[in-house]
Write a protein that binds this ligand. Structure first.
Ligand code: PLP
Length: 393
């Protein structure tokens, strides 16, 4: 390996949401932050170099995306995802969530329904409901430790007010990398019912061996006319604080509508650091990505071995993302305390499943993108905390 992912680098006091807000958010003292989705790994060296170069130039005026930026995005999408993207399809957004928020507002009316598949990335619910739209939940089904879509449930619930399918692919928090066939079946339903699909593919590069991400609009003819794909280098290369994402809209009328809404709502313009970092990551970051994927696979193996020592704890095996969905329902932790147990007793700050719209108490999401030593400390804390009630009773 060229890159070192093992060294623990202190991020406290750097204004990191993950590290500096953890205790305030979870009401703990000294909790290990394994919640918000960023990595405790330094970004690739070429990204840091590009940022230094930008800083040293000393001009931080309003920025735009140059042809070289578009070329880098297009080449990445082609090479890593087999999708031929045209330059004018790429629209800027300072983040995927602001883009989703804008799209929901621009393409629906108050009272319209937006389909989500819970448990799912929690801002989806807020951006629908706070805009006066309604959530149409099509819960994923857990069977034999694996989540699946339930399209007959979805079809039976569809009303004339259902407008948008908000697809999370790969899926946060359950870690599914949807197969081509699953996406084809979903696509057929969306095409039959005239739904606009927003494919949030921000985790597209973070896929474990044996799985392959499929870009949604590539699975069926005609999907490019009704799909908006949201991507970024932010999850892949740990750049989310640079607020740069790419909203890819092949169909020109959809693009115009997005562009008008972006102007109206003042979505914002690119910043020189975000574009420099994204371009450098896509041009020179592939080696780092391969290595980080390998390290994450090792972390996942570690989690599986550690979890096997905690009676009743099940790991829902992620096929992608560095987020792991843990099932604590059989651990013997008293019901009603399941969600907060790891935070308050083990001092490991993980996200409670209920935030993702999980129907049942007892699931949490753990971020495993950290040095192995941090992961080991977290699992030691968990093992001890789970053993405590059993030994004291
Ligand atoms: C599925 C999904 N979409 C969007 C985001 C956040 O995107 P951004 O920071 O670009 O708004 C995340 C972050 O974890 C995510 O998991």
């Amino acid at each position: 390996m060229t890159y070192d992912f093992d060294t623990v680098i202190d991020r406290r006091g750097t204004g990191s949401v993950k590290w500096d807000l953890v205790d305030a958010r979870f009401g703990t003292d000294g909790a290990l932050p394994m919640w918000v989705a960023d990595m405790d790994f330094r970004s690739p060296a070429p990204v840091v170099e590009a940022l230094k170069k930008t800083a040293e130039h000393g001009f931080f005026g309003y920025a735009t995306m140059l042809p070289a930026y578009y070329e880098a995005v297009i080449a990445w999408m082609k090479k890593r995802h087999g999708w031929s993207v045209q330059r004018d399809w790429i629209c800027f957004s300072p983040g995927v969530v602001p883009a989703l928020n804008l799209i929901v507002k621009a393409f629906t009316e108050p009272g319209d329904q937006v389909i989500v598949q819970s448990p799912v990335y929690h801002p989806f619910f807020a951006l629908i409901e706070r805009n006066g739209r309604r959530v149409l939940d099509n819960p994923l089904q857990l069977s034999n430790g694996r989540y699946q879509m339930d399209l007959s449930d979805l079809e039976s619930k569809l009303t004339a007010r259902a407008r948008i399918m908000l697809l999370c692919s790969p899926h946060n928090p359950v870690g599914r990398v949807w197969s081509e066939q699953e996406l084809k079946d979903l696509a057929d339903l969306c095409l039959r019912h005239g739904l606009l699909v927003i494919a949030d593919e921000i985790h597209h590069d973070l896929v474990y061996p044996g799985h392959a991400h499929t870009v949604f609009p590539t699975v069926r003819e005609g999907l490019e006319r009704c799909t908006i794909v949201c991507t970024a280098a932010s999850k892949t290369f740990n750049l989310p604080g640079l607020h740069t994402s790419n909203v890819i809209i092949p169909e020109h009328r959809l693009r115009e509508r997005f562009g008008e809404a972006a102007m109206r709502d003042k979505l914002g313009s690119p910043n020189p650091f975000g574009t420099a970092a994204t371009e450098a990551a896509y041009r020179h970051g592939e080696q780092w990505l391969e290595e980080v994927l390998c390290y994450l696979s090792g972390n996942l193996d570690f989690v599986n071995r550690a979890a096997a020592r905690v009676p009743g704890l099940k790991v829902i095996q992620p096929e992608g993302t560095y987020l792991v969905w843990l099932d604590l329902r059989q651990t013997g932790i008293p019901r009603g305390r399941l969600a907060d147990f790891l935070c308050t007793e083990a001092k490991v700050a993980v996200e409670a499943g209920r935030h993702f719209g999980a129907k049942e108490d007892g699931f949490v999401r753990m971020n495993i993108a950290c040095p192995r030593a941090t992961l080991a400390e977290a699992w030691l804390r968990i093992e001890r905390a789970v053993a405590r009630p059993a030994s004291s009773s």
